[in-house]
Design a protein around this ligand. Structure first.
Ligand code: PMM
Length: 293
């Protein structure tokens, strides 16, 4: 077995005793099998390229590989379910067979079910169960961990829903409702992960407020996943002073690492990133520092 196909040492396996807490934030590496995601659209669209990319992320230290077949960038249209399955299943199957802990990034119960059959061990639903009424019961039956993200509607219209009295408090309240729905559907509390949904029906101001008050989401009592990687609020912060143009996505990794360190310090359980190598280092430095604090 080459180093690229060997699971990363210490990678969590099936989570029989609840979610892993290795004393540092976990690193979820992003494998977008899409032609149109905002930061890497098209690069890993062919299944064999997506698998090779996933294996490279695993070798760099990813604890989890998040495989998605539907872009959720603002304005994106939905992909037919057959197409989503066609994109995701071979990649999930191969990465799981190579020993990776795979999550499937989908809003559809059918895709989640088929991906779990193909070896996925976690379902990452950016809609928190709101897009497909069959999702929460399916996850409850499958018994897999479930990431419920804060969401207010599909990507083609979500920015029209970016109105909050107090973004951090409102997101925490809406996540609490998703927790109630998930528990009501029969998902075990120790399988549940929450995510504030940075960039989803949120302005840059809302995203910063959510990060600065991440503790309010952590205080809900569930592991928290943070997905800030390369998002446009970072590009806007780091805009070129001469032109005013946002920093392009592929040059937002240092800023993403800074968010990773701060989010981990605030109690994030996992960070979802494109650049796994720098993130794997950042979470270890943060954990080591934290042990002295
Ligand atoms: N962001 C994207 C896709 N999936 N899942 C979770 N749980 N949290 C996120 O913030 C999130 C997600 C969009 O980003 P991408 O196009 O870089 O994958």
């Amino acid at each position: 077995m080459s180093t690229a196909t060997r699971p990363c040492p210490g990678a969590p396996t099936l989570y029989p005793d609840g979610l892993p807490r290795p004393g540092r934030a976990l690193v979820m590496g992003i494998v977008n099998v899409t032609p149109d995601s905002f930061s890497d659209g098209g690069r890993w669209y062919a299944p064999e390229r997506a698998v090779a990319h996933g294996l490279a992320l695993l070798a760099e230290g990813a604890d989890i590989l998040d495989v998605g077949g539907e872009s959720t960038r603002p304005g994106a249209a939905r992909v037919p379910v057959e197409e989503e399955l066609r994109r995701v299943l071979p990649v999930v199957r191969e990465l799981a067979a190579a020993g990776a802990t795979v999550s499937v990034d989908t809003m559809r119960a059918e895709v989640a079910a088929r991906a779990v059959e193909a070896g996925a061990r976690l379902v990452n639903d950016v809609s928190g169960g709101l897009a497909d009424p069959a999702m929460l019961p399916l996850v409850a039956r499958a018994g897999v961990p479930y990431v419920a993200m804060h969401w207010r509607g599909h990507s083609d219209g979500m920015q029209a829903n970016a109105g909050y009295d107090d973004a951090a408090a409102d997101v925490a309240d809406e996540l609490r409702l998703r927790v109630e729905a998930a528990l009501h559907a029969g998902i075990a509390p120790d399988r549940l992960v929450l995510d504030p949904g940075l960039g989803f029906a949120k302005t840059p101001e809302h995203n910063w407020q959510l990060l600065g008050r991440l503790r309010e989401v952590v205080a809900l009592g569930y592991p928290v996943l943070v997905g800030a990687a390369r998002k446009s609020f970072l590009g806007e912060l780091l805009a070129d002073p001469a032109t005013g143009l946002p920093r392009p996505p592929h040059r937002r990794d240092a800023a993403t690492s800074a968010v990773t360190v701060l989010a981990a310090t605030q109690g994030a359980w996992c960070v979802r990133v494109h650049d796994v190598a720098s993130t794997a280092d950042a979470v270890r430095v943060t954990a080591r520092w934290g042990r002295e604090a």
